[in-house]
Design a protein around this ligand. Structure first.
Ligand code: C2E
Ligand code: CA
Ligand code: CA
Ligand code: CA
Length: 278
């Protein structure tokens, strides 16, 4: 038993050590990733139910590193958040999304907002509004074509959040509440915050076909949002059943694999061209 204990302990130490060195390894690679041009943005279309047209696109970051290969945001965003690297990375994301959106406009595509995800650390940076203002001005983008996604849990401190959101809103950008229904949310925040879009979390959408409760939740969220004059975007729309249910319940916008997975900019352009033709 003693030996077992020791080997278990040893195993535990080793796994902790490799986790720490793994993270340190990843951290130092992450530090260099911007300068080495290792990040890119993928874009996922959002489709308006009423018109079947492209309503917007969400920009999602990807990291390709020589040693690590493709690292998903689920793996490196928490580390970037912990180390503060999220601030320069997040700035890069906003810049790149604005640049790409201008490029699409110049190429003759219809104008639509591109949304970017803000992390909690970014959200509470005191110079966030100034930074975004500068990026928008430098890019030449009409601010209504940039959307910022925040989550309920980021907005826990509702007084401070509502001041930040109003400042951001004054820039002319759009605001989306992401992952709605998963966090500790106060419904009064929805009324207090200047929110344009409410994104229904994919966990509710996933079980629409199977689970009566999730159907009721989704229908209720849509009604609630509409009473507050907020438009709804459903995430994780994967099947025709999802599309039909959400359309029937007047969800404004749909996003998910049913239409397209997130794509590199060039593939997204091809996707848009095909979508127009159908
Ligand atoms: P999110 O903002 O909730 O983004 C939606 C995630 O769902 C994306 O994963 C997307 O690829 C995935 N998805 C889209 N459609 C479907 C579908 O039909 N079914 C399923 N099962 N999944 C779908 P991704 O790209 O791996 O991003 C994961 C999370 O990482 C994002 O969740 C967001 O919280 C974070 N993230 C991504 N890019 C950024 C970024 O630039 N900055 C920050 N701070 N966070 C980011
Ligand atoms: Ca999002
Ligand atoms: Ca989401
Ligand atoms: Ca999420």
């Amino acid at each position: 038993a003693k030996r077992m204990g020791k080997s278990n302990y040893q195993f535990y130490r080793d796994s902790i050590n490799s986790k720490i060195t793994g993270n340190i390894g990843m951290e130092s690679l992450l530090r260099k990733a911007i300068d080495r041009n290792e990040f890119s943005l993928f874009y996922q279309p959002q489709i308006e139910t009423k018109t079947n047209r492209i309503y917007g696109a969400e920009a999602l970051i990807r990291w390709h590193n020589e040693k690590l290969g493709m690292v998903s945001p689920g793996e490196f965003i928490p580390l970037a958040e912990e180390t503060g690297l999220i601030v320069p990375i997040g700035e890069w994301v906003i810049k790149e999304a604005c640049r790409q959106n201008i490029a699409w406009q110049n190429a003759g595509f219809n104008c639509f907002p591109v949304s970017v995800n803000l992390s909690i650390r970014q959200f509470y940076q005191t110079d966030l509004t100034e930074t975004i203002k500068r990026i928008i001005q430098d890019s030449g983008l009409d601010p209504q074509f940039l959307e910022l996604e925040i989550t309920e849990s980021m907005a826990m401190d509702s007084e401070t959040s509502s001041v930040i959101l109003k400042d951001l809103k004054n820039l002319g950008v759009k605001i989306a509440m992401d992952d709605f229904g998963t966090g500790y949310s106060s419904l009064s925040n929805l009324k207090k915050f200047p929110i344009d879009h409410l994104k229904i979390d994919q966990s509710f959408v996933k079980d629409i076909s199977a689970d009566v409760d999730d159907r009721d939740i989704v229908a209720t969220i849509i009604m609630l949002a509409h009473n507050l004059h907020i438009k709804t975007i459903a995430e994780g729309v994967e099947t025709i059943d999802h599309v039909e249910f959400l359309t029937k319940h007047d969800c404004n916008v749909l996003q998910g694999y049913y239409f397209s997975k997130p794509l590199p900019a060039q593939d997204f352009e091809n996707w848009m061209n095909n979508w127009k033709k159908q």
